[in-house]
Design a protein around this ligand. Structure first.
Ligand code: SF4
Length: 388
């Protein structure tokens, strides 16, 4: 299975008058809702557009029927047929580039804040680019007020978001005000928090449900620095976490498991349990084989079956130390049964898939399954379970 198509080119754009080149459009179902603002676009998936008053924008999926009025009419291919009311698109009219920015039916909505980064991790799934992409933050600031009030979760990621920490803090304030019931999780390498000004600004947001995910790949500073390809990163990251916890902020530590980190996971868990037992969550995560992980395959690949004993021990060490711990991105049939209670369905819905042999598996409804992105690699342990 391929990942859901979240970006591409429009099939056609028709513009009757001057409209802004960069559109952010919330899709509405005209049979139950009338356009209420300049960002509302009627979604037409089949049939004709039936409105007494022509909308300012309409988005057609498939073909655009003749004679359907709208000053801005965008036609998308069938690969966007999953779109529904409440979803939000970003469209650049000059290039025809379109991206699905938010899906109301998804529990895994995430926003890329920047592609720039001050790390160069050997397994990076989103290889950094040195580009001027401040417009991404402008776009997200336009999207946040359009998001469904009942959305339970939003993720923010990069690149390294804290390279633009003032603007990111402002964005989080906006999210707090517009979506007070929405849990927000931001992924960062955490080094920015070594600066007390950044940590103070973060704490001053006073968001009721904000957490930050920060990677620590090893208890050995040189190994962490090697994985992220940045000298001194370990010391700054740990100091940043200490500053955040001193201010009562929610922190998740993330450890991605590959051939450099997985054989040392017991040592890493012991170090976390002894030195950072007050973090709010530790996620031990299977590798997404995409981006730099493909280029560094010979360095990174290890069959997860080959570190199950160590993983079970690491989970036990953290659990006994009362550090909430989860295992992400690894299927049940690979995991030691002792780890099953800690395994989560963690892969975002748009890139989550299962294998043909999963069809008859007793664990499928709870299993993390696989990434459909990049060049998926499979453990030799994949086998349907008869009981679960
Ligand atoms: S066979 Fe498939 S569904 Fe079953 S545990 Fe393995 S990966 Fe998960």
């Amino acid at each position: 299975m391929k990942p859901l198509v979240l970006g591409g080119k429009v099939k056609a754009v028709e513009i009757d008058n001057d409209v802004h080149n960069h559109q952010v459009l919330r899709l509405i179902d005209a049979s139950v809702e009338q356009p209420s603002g300049p960002n509302d676009a009627v979604l037409v998936k089949e049939g004709r557009l039936k409105l007494w008053v022509p909308p300012s924008a309409a988005v057609f999926v498939g073909e655009r029927p003749e004679g359907t009025p709208a000053p801005l009419a965008i036609t998308l291919g069938e690969e966007f047929s999953y779109l529904g009311p409440g979803d939000i698109l970003g469209v650049h009219l000059d290039t025809g580039k379109v991206r699905t920015l938010y899906r109301r039916s998804s529990r895994h909505n995430g926003f890329l804040l920047t592609e720039r980064c001050n790390h160069y991790c050997v397994m990076c799934s989103q290889p950094p680019k040195n580009v001027n992409d401040g417009w991404l933050l402008d776009e997200i600031a336009r999207v946040i007020p359009l998001i469904d009030f009942e959305t339970s979760y939003l993720g923010f990621t990069g690149g390294e978001p804290l390279l633009e920490w003032q603007r990111v803090v402002e964005l989080l304030r906006l999210t707090r005000d517009m979506l007070p019931n929405t849990a927000v999780h931001l992924l960062t390498n955490g080094r920015g928090f070594v600066n007390a000004e950044v940590t103070d600004a973060w704490a001053s947001i006073q968001h009721p449900n904000l957490s930050v995910g920060i990677p620590i790949y090893s208890a050995v500073d040189a190994i962490h620095d090697y994985v992220v390809q940045a000298l001194g990163a370990f010391d700054e990251t740990v100091l940043g976490i200490l500053r955040l916890k001193e201010l009562g902020q929610r922190v998740e530590v993330r450890v991605v498991l590959h051939a450099v980190t997985a054989p040392r996971i017991v040592e890493t868990a012991q170090w976390l349990a002894r030195n950072l037992p007050f973090v709010d969550h530790v996620a031990l995560m299977g590798l997404e084989n995409t981006g730099f992980a493909i280029a560094n395959d010979r360095l990174l690949w290890i069959d997860p079956l080959d570190f199950q004993e160590e993983l079970a021990l690491a989970v036990d060490i953290l659990d006994v130390a009362r550090v909430p711990v989860s295992v992400y991105n690894l299927p049940f049939c690979v995991l030691d049964q002792k780890v099953w209670p800690f395994a989560r369905q963690s892969i975002s819905d748009w890139k989550n898939t299962y294998l043909p042999q999963c069809a008859g598996c007793a664990a499928k409804t709870n299993c993390a399954g696989f990434f459909s992105t990049g060049r998926p690699k499979q453990s030799r342990a994949i086998e349907p379970l008869h009981t679960f």
